[in-house]
Design a protein around this ligand. Structure first.
Ligand code: SF4
Length: 245
Protein backbone atom coordinates (compact mmCIF):
# COMPACT_ATOMS: atom_id res chain seq x y z
CA UNK A 1 0.00 0.00 0.00
CA UNK A 2 1.30 3.40 -1.03
CA UNK A 3 2.31 5.66 1.87
CA UNK A 4 0.75 8.64 0.16
CA UNK A 5 -2.64 6.94 0.06
CA UNK A 6 -2.48 6.16 3.77
CA UNK A 7 -1.39 9.70 4.62
CA UNK A 8 -4.22 11.15 2.53
CA UNK A 9 -6.79 8.90 4.22
CA UNK A 10 -5.43 9.74 7.66
CA UNK A 11 -5.71 13.43 6.83
CA UNK A 12 -9.29 12.91 5.63
CA UNK A 13 -10.31 11.21 8.88
CA UNK A 14 -8.22 13.30 11.26
CA UNK A 15 -11.00 15.60 12.45
CA UNK A 16 -13.94 13.23 12.11
CA UNK A 17 -15.85 12.14 15.21
CA UNK A 18 -16.02 8.43 16.03
CA UNK A 19 -19.56 8.28 14.64
CA UNK A 20 -18.53 9.99 11.41
CA UNK A 21 -15.46 7.75 11.09
CA UNK A 22 -17.73 4.70 11.22
CA UNK A 23 -20.12 6.28 8.70
CA UNK A 24 -17.16 7.08 6.45
CA UNK A 25 -15.94 3.45 6.66
CA UNK A 26 -19.29 2.06 5.62
CA UNK A 27 -19.58 4.59 2.81
CA UNK A 28 -16.07 3.86 1.58
CA UNK A 29 -16.03 0.05 1.76
CA UNK A 30 -19.71 -0.92 1.82
CA UNK A 31 -21.38 -3.33 4.25
CA UNK A 32 -19.98 -6.38 2.47
CA UNK A 33 -16.33 -5.37 2.70
CA UNK A 34 -16.06 -3.87 6.16
CA UNK A 35 -16.79 -5.64 9.45
CA UNK A 36 -16.41 -4.87 13.12
CA UNK A 37 -14.22 -7.07 15.31
CA UNK A 38 -15.44 -6.95 18.88
CA UNK A 39 -13.83 -8.47 21.95
CA UNK A 40 -16.73 -7.04 23.99
CA UNK A 41 -14.49 -4.64 25.88
CA UNK A 42 -15.84 -1.20 26.88
CA UNK A 43 -14.58 0.45 23.68
CA UNK A 44 -16.09 -2.28 21.53
CA UNK A 45 -19.46 -1.83 23.21
CA UNK A 46 -19.37 1.89 22.37
CA UNK A 47 -18.69 1.04 18.72
CA UNK A 48 -21.45 -1.59 18.69
CA UNK A 49 -23.94 0.99 19.96
CA UNK A 50 -22.85 3.51 17.30
CA UNK A 51 -22.80 0.93 14.53
CA UNK A 52 -26.33 -0.24 15.26
CA UNK A 53 -27.54 3.36 15.17
CA UNK A 54 -25.78 3.97 11.83
CA UNK A 55 -26.35 0.70 10.01
CA UNK A 56 -27.31 -2.57 11.73
CA UNK A 57 -26.41 -4.53 8.59
CA UNK A 58 -22.66 -4.18 9.10
CA UNK A 59 -21.39 -7.55 10.25
CA UNK A 60 -19.85 -7.98 13.63
CA UNK A 61 -17.64 -10.86 14.70
CA UNK A 62 -15.76 -12.02 17.77
CA UNK A 63 -13.11 -14.61 18.57
CA UNK A 64 -14.18 -17.33 20.96
CA UNK A 65 -10.89 -18.85 22.05
CA UNK A 66 -12.65 -21.42 24.22
CA UNK A 67 -11.17 -19.71 27.30
CA UNK A 68 -13.30 -16.58 27.61
CA UNK A 69 -14.52 -15.62 31.09
CA UNK A 70 -18.16 -16.37 31.86
CA UNK A 71 -18.83 -12.62 32.15
CA UNK A 72 -17.74 -12.09 28.53
CA UNK A 73 -19.88 -14.97 27.28
CA UNK A 74 -22.83 -13.51 29.21
CA UNK A 75 -22.21 -10.11 27.63
CA UNK A 76 -22.23 -11.58 24.12
CA UNK A 77 -25.73 -12.94 24.76
CA UNK A 78 -26.89 -9.73 26.45
CA UNK A 79 -25.58 -7.60 23.54
CA UNK A 80 -27.26 -9.81 20.96
CA UNK A 81 -30.59 -9.48 22.78
CA UNK A 82 -30.25 -5.77 23.45
CA UNK A 83 -29.49 -4.87 19.82
CA UNK A 84 -31.31 -7.74 18.15
CA UNK A 85 -28.22 -8.88 16.29
CA UNK A 86 -26.38 -12.14 15.68
CA UNK A 87 -22.66 -11.89 16.29
CA UNK A 88 -20.51 -14.17 14.16
CA UNK A 89 -18.42 -16.34 16.47
CA UNK A 90 -15.02 -17.38 15.13
CA UNK A 91 -13.52 -20.45 16.76
CA UNK A 92 -10.12 -22.14 16.47
CA UNK A 93 -9.71 -25.49 14.73
CA UNK A 94 -10.40 -28.21 17.29
CA UNK A 95 -7.55 -30.40 15.98
CA UNK A 96 -5.05 -27.52 16.18
CA UNK A 97 -5.99 -26.79 19.80
CA UNK A 98 -5.84 -30.48 20.74
CA UNK A 99 -2.44 -30.93 19.12
CA UNK A 100 -1.06 -27.85 20.86
CA UNK A 101 -2.28 -29.03 24.26
CA UNK A 102 -0.98 -32.54 23.63
CA UNK A 103 2.46 -31.21 22.82
CA UNK A 104 2.79 -28.33 25.30
CA UNK A 105 0.13 -28.84 27.98
CA UNK A 106 -3.02 -26.83 28.70
CA UNK A 107 -1.21 -24.02 30.56
CA UNK A 108 1.55 -23.46 28.02
CA UNK A 109 1.01 -19.67 28.01
CA UNK A 110 2.67 -19.32 31.42
CA UNK A 111 5.84 -21.14 30.34
CA UNK A 112 7.35 -18.76 27.81
CA UNK A 113 6.48 -15.88 25.49
CA UNK A 114 6.92 -18.20 22.52
CA UNK A 115 4.37 -20.66 23.91
CA UNK A 116 2.00 -17.84 24.87
CA UNK A 117 2.21 -16.50 21.33
CA UNK A 118 1.67 -19.98 19.93
CA UNK A 119 -1.55 -20.25 21.94
CA UNK A 120 -2.69 -16.81 20.73
CA UNK A 121 -1.85 -17.81 17.18
CA UNK A 122 -3.81 -21.05 17.29
CA UNK A 123 -6.80 -19.70 19.21
CA UNK A 124 -7.01 -16.17 17.79
CA UNK A 125 -4.82 -15.34 14.80
CA UNK A 126 -5.61 -18.31 12.58
CA UNK A 127 -9.41 -17.94 12.87
CA UNK A 128 -9.08 -14.16 12.44
CA UNK A 129 -6.96 -14.54 9.31
CA UNK A 130 -9.66 -16.62 7.65
CA UNK A 131 -12.20 -13.88 8.30
CA UNK A 132 -10.06 -10.90 7.36
CA UNK A 133 -9.12 -12.32 3.99
CA UNK A 134 -12.78 -11.80 2.99
CA UNK A 135 -12.72 -8.06 3.85
CA UNK A 136 -11.20 -4.80 2.66
CA UNK A 137 -11.30 -3.11 6.07
CA UNK A 138 -11.97 -3.99 9.69
CA UNK A 139 -13.16 -1.75 12.49
CA UNK A 140 -11.53 -2.10 15.92
CA UNK A 141 -11.79 -0.43 19.33
CA UNK A 142 -8.13 0.52 19.78
CA UNK A 143 -7.21 3.73 21.60
CA UNK A 144 -3.79 5.41 21.74
CA UNK A 145 -4.06 5.78 25.50
CA UNK A 146 -4.45 2.04 26.19
CA UNK A 147 -0.76 1.12 26.28
CA UNK A 148 2.65 1.92 24.88
CA UNK A 149 2.10 -0.67 22.15
CA UNK A 150 -0.90 1.39 20.98
CA UNK A 151 0.41 4.94 21.37
CA UNK A 152 0.70 5.48 17.61
CA UNK A 153 -2.77 4.17 16.71
CA UNK A 154 -4.38 6.19 13.90
CA UNK A 155 -8.03 6.40 12.85
CA UNK A 156 -7.09 4.54 9.71
CA UNK A 157 -4.02 2.39 9.11
CA UNK A 158 -2.80 -0.14 6.63
CA UNK A 159 -2.71 -3.43 8.52
CA UNK A 160 0.27 -5.08 6.97
CA UNK A 161 -0.03 -8.25 9.04
CA UNK A 162 -3.41 -9.07 7.53
CA UNK A 163 -3.37 -7.03 4.31
CA UNK A 164 -6.36 -4.71 4.73
CA UNK A 165 -7.28 -1.35 6.22
CA UNK A 166 -7.87 -1.04 9.93
CA UNK A 167 -10.24 1.63 11.20
CA UNK A 168 -9.96 2.78 14.83
CA UNK A 169 -12.83 5.25 15.39
CA UNK A 170 -11.92 5.72 19.08
CA UNK A 171 -8.18 6.24 18.50
CA UNK A 172 -8.21 9.63 20.24
CA UNK A 173 -10.77 8.85 22.96
CA UNK A 174 -9.91 8.91 26.65
CA UNK A 175 -11.06 6.21 29.03
CA UNK A 176 -13.38 8.78 30.70
CA UNK A 177 -15.02 9.54 27.37
CA UNK A 178 -15.64 5.82 26.76
CA UNK A 179 -17.34 5.43 30.13
CA UNK A 180 -19.36 8.62 29.75
CA UNK A 181 -20.73 7.29 26.46
CA UNK A 182 -21.56 3.94 28.07
CA UNK A 183 -23.40 5.59 30.97
CA UNK A 184 -25.17 8.24 28.85
CA UNK A 185 -26.41 5.64 26.37
CA UNK A 186 -27.05 2.81 28.82
CA UNK A 187 -24.74 0.51 26.86
CA UNK A 188 -24.31 -3.02 28.28
CA UNK A 189 -20.78 -3.75 29.47
CA UNK A 190 -18.72 -6.57 30.94
CA UNK A 191 -19.37 -6.98 34.68
CA UNK A 192 -15.65 -7.64 35.19
CA UNK A 193 -15.03 -3.94 34.52
CA UNK A 194 -16.66 -3.23 37.89
CA UNK A 195 -14.26 -5.65 39.57
CA UNK A 196 -11.03 -3.96 38.48
CA UNK A 197 -10.59 -5.43 35.01
CA UNK A 198 -10.22 -2.52 32.55
CA UNK A 199 -9.00 -4.81 29.74
CA UNK A 200 -10.37 -8.33 29.40
CA UNK A 201 -9.10 -11.25 27.35
CA UNK A 202 -9.00 -15.00 28.02
CA UNK A 203 -9.61 -15.97 31.65
CA UNK A 204 -6.17 -17.52 32.33
CA UNK A 205 -4.36 -14.49 30.91
CA UNK A 206 -6.30 -11.66 32.56
CA UNK A 207 -6.24 -10.35 36.13
CA UNK A 208 -7.60 -7.27 37.85
CA UNK A 209 -5.29 -4.23 37.91
CA UNK A 210 -4.02 -2.48 41.01
CA UNK A 211 -4.41 1.23 41.70
CA UNK A 212 -2.04 3.23 39.49
CA UNK A 213 -1.38 0.42 37.00
CA UNK A 214 -2.11 1.03 33.34
CA UNK A 215 -5.25 -0.38 31.77
CA UNK A 216 -3.44 -3.26 30.07
CA UNK A 217 -1.39 -4.25 33.14
CA UNK A 218 -3.76 -7.14 33.88
CA UNK A 219 -3.22 -8.77 30.48
CA UNK A 220 -0.35 -11.31 30.40
CA UNK A 221 0.83 -9.66 33.62
CA UNK A 222 3.96 -11.83 33.75
CA UNK A 223 5.29 -10.18 30.55
CA UNK A 224 6.74 -6.70 29.98
CA UNK A 225 4.56 -3.91 28.54
CA UNK A 226 6.30 -4.03 25.12
CA UNK A 227 5.29 -7.68 24.66
CA UNK A 228 1.61 -7.35 25.55
CA UNK A 229 -0.06 -7.93 22.21
CA UNK A 230 -1.48 -11.21 20.99
CA UNK A 231 -0.75 -10.61 17.31
CA UNK A 232 -4.20 -9.24 16.45
CA UNK A 233 -2.83 -5.73 16.66
CA UNK A 234 0.83 -5.93 15.91
CA UNK A 235 2.80 -2.76 15.33
CA UNK A 236 0.81 -0.18 13.46
CA UNK A 237 2.49 -0.25 10.13
CA UNK A 238 1.34 2.31 7.60
CA UNK A 239 3.51 1.21 4.71
CA UNK A 240 3.86 -1.41 2.07
CA UNK A 241 1.99 -4.66 1.65
CA UNK A 242 1.95 -7.23 -1.05
CA UNK A 243 -1.81 -7.41 -1.16
CA UNK A 244 -3.53 -5.10 -3.61
CA UNK A 245 -6.78 -3.37 -2.59
FE1 SF4 B 1 -4.12 -18.45 24.83
FE2 SF4 B 1 -3.90 -16.58 26.75
FE3 SF4 B 1 -3.67 -15.92 24.14
FE4 SF4 B 1 -6.03 -16.64 25.17
S1 SF4 B 1 -4.82 -14.81 25.67
S2 SF4 B 1 -5.22 -17.30 23.24
S3 SF4 B 1 -5.40 -18.27 26.63
S4 SF4 B 1 -2.30 -17.22 25.38
Amino acid sequence: MNNLIITRLQEELKNLSALDTIKWSIGKYGVKDVAFASSFGAEDQVITDMLIKINPNVSMFTLDTGLLPKETRDLIVETEHRYNIAVEILKPETAAVENMIKEHGASLFYESIEKRKLCCRVRKIEPLKKKLVTLKAWICGLRKEQSITRSDVQKIEWDEAFGLFKINPLADWTEDKVWKYIKDNNVPYNKLHDKGYPSIGCAPCTRAVRHGEDVRAGRWWWETSEQKECGLHVKNIKTASKRKI
